[in-house]
Design a protein around this ligand. Structure first.
Ligand SMILES: [Zn+2]
Length: 408
């Protein structure tokens, strides 16, 4: 009798803990965040002309809220956020030129925000370099940066990072169109009608394959995380097709989670004025609602078990935000082995892992709550050298494939 009661109790306990991963649910997180839509302020799109000098924000990803003259040789570019409160990550991007060749000082004025991104310059919007470090001065409060520029008639692009707008991400994706392991599509549209890009990687039929989900650009200016994701996905496409990984696994990729925020030159939020990486519990924002629904629908259709979710971001330095042992998820031991392989391969002194439990409703927590999957936030530093980002992305992909192939 005791045994029978125990059995019934166990079955009850088991069934109450399990839920159907193929049905999207809302979740409670220890630190909930209100993600209901809030107003944002749109920048006025225009070309400013002051004497010989002009500046414009009339292109995707631009951010220039005002352009004024301070004295004969000094101009001011006002850079402000879409709304507040907001993480202080002032993104800027504009073009500037002069009818007469001349040297000017340009003050980047961040209103209440603090400087974050070291300026990058370009003459075509595609080939970028860092501004010479002798040409930038920061005020002690970091509310201003002063740049010394040599202007000509040829428009000079100045931006917080290399511009990777919706069109460019789409072009990157499209170059894989003819590859037999790649299927392209979308998970719907943003509020302003931009496609929520989607790539589906698998060699042959994806049915029943354990699945990895990869996302990036929830936060518009976080281009270095996007670069790491590009190298990561390119390596999976090229090597995973021949090393057996894509025979065993399926990979779902959402490379542009916040297309409106990116093309509107936002600091962080979408047109709903919300940090999308806090909306993974209630899905108030259409971008998160559509992508989570899409992941669940794809997994259900393919009878795939989602085992790992990777979310690429940027911050001041390279770091991996992982789960600590209080969160019991699939793939025990994966993260430890993966990070130590990357560390070894790149001869790093410290891979910089920062484990924690469940906290705010971010993607990492959702991968666990919805699927019991491993979730990892892959962060790249704003100024991490671009060739190292690429190499790290490649090494990370190769190690992940090696370890996962052994696990399933
Ligand atoms: Zn981020």
């Amino acid at each position: 009798m005791k045994k029978l009661l125990f059995f019934i109790f166990s079955v009850f306990l088991f069934s109450s803990c399990q839920h159907n991963p193929y049905k999207l649910k809302t979740y409670k997180f220890p630190k909930p965040v209100d993600t209901t839509t809030r107003p944002i302020e749109y920048q006025v799109k225009k070309t400013y002309e002051i004497g010989d000098v002009s500046a414009t924000n009339e292109f995707p990803s631009a951010r220039l809220n005002d352009f004024t003259q301070i004295d004969d040789s000094t101009f001011q570019a006002t850079i402000n956020a879409e709304n507040v409160p907001i993480n202080t990550s002032p993104w800027y991007a504009f073009k500037i030129w002069s009818k007469q060749t001349k040297s000017v000082y340009l003050k980047l004025y961040y209103v209440v925000h603090r400087h974050r991104y070291f300026p990058k310059i370009s003459y075509d919007g595609d080939n970028w370099e860092r501004l010479d470090s002798t040409r930038i001065t920061l005020t002690p409060d970091s509310l201003h940066a002063i740049l010394k520029l040599d202007l000509t008639q040829k428009p000079l692009w100045i931006a917080g990072q290399e511009i990777q707008d919706h069109r460019r991400v789409g072009e990157w994706m499209n170059q894989w169109k003819a590859n037999p392991v790649v299927t392209l599509g979308d998970a719907g549209e943003s509020v302003q009608g931009r496609k929520m890009f989607f790539m589906d990687l698998s060699k042959g039929n994806h049915k029943n394959k354990p699945t990895v989900v990869v996302i990036s650009r929830q936060h518009p200016p976080e281009v270095t995380g996007y670069f790491a994701m590009q190298a990561f996905i390119e390596t999976i496409i090229e090597k995973g097709a021949i090393n057996g990984f894509l025979d065993k696994y399926r990979v779902l990729v959402y490379p542009m989670m916040n297309p409106d925020g990116v093309d509107l030159g936002h600091f962080r939020h979408n047109t709903g004025g919300i940090d999308l990486n806090r909306d993974w519990a209630k899905y108030n924002q259409p971008e998160i609602k559509q992508v989570t629904t899409h992941i669940v629908k794809e997994a259900k259709e393919g009878e795939n078990e989602i085992v790992l979710g990777l979310d690429f971001h940027s911050t001041h330095y390279d770091v991996y935000y992982t789960f600590d042992d209080s969160v019991e998820r699939k793939l025990p031991g994966f993260t430890k082995e993966w990070l130590s392989q990357i560390e070894k391969e790149l001869e790093l002194v410290d891979i910089n892992e920062q484990p924690s439990g469940l906290n705010q409703p971010i993607s990492k927590g959702w991968f666990f709550k919805q699927f019991g999957a491993e979730g990892i936030v892959y962060e790249i530093g704003d100024s991490t050298p671009r060739d190292f980002i690429k190499r790290k992305g490649e090494v990370s992909a190769v190690s992940m494939m090696d370890i996962l192939k052994k696990m399933r």
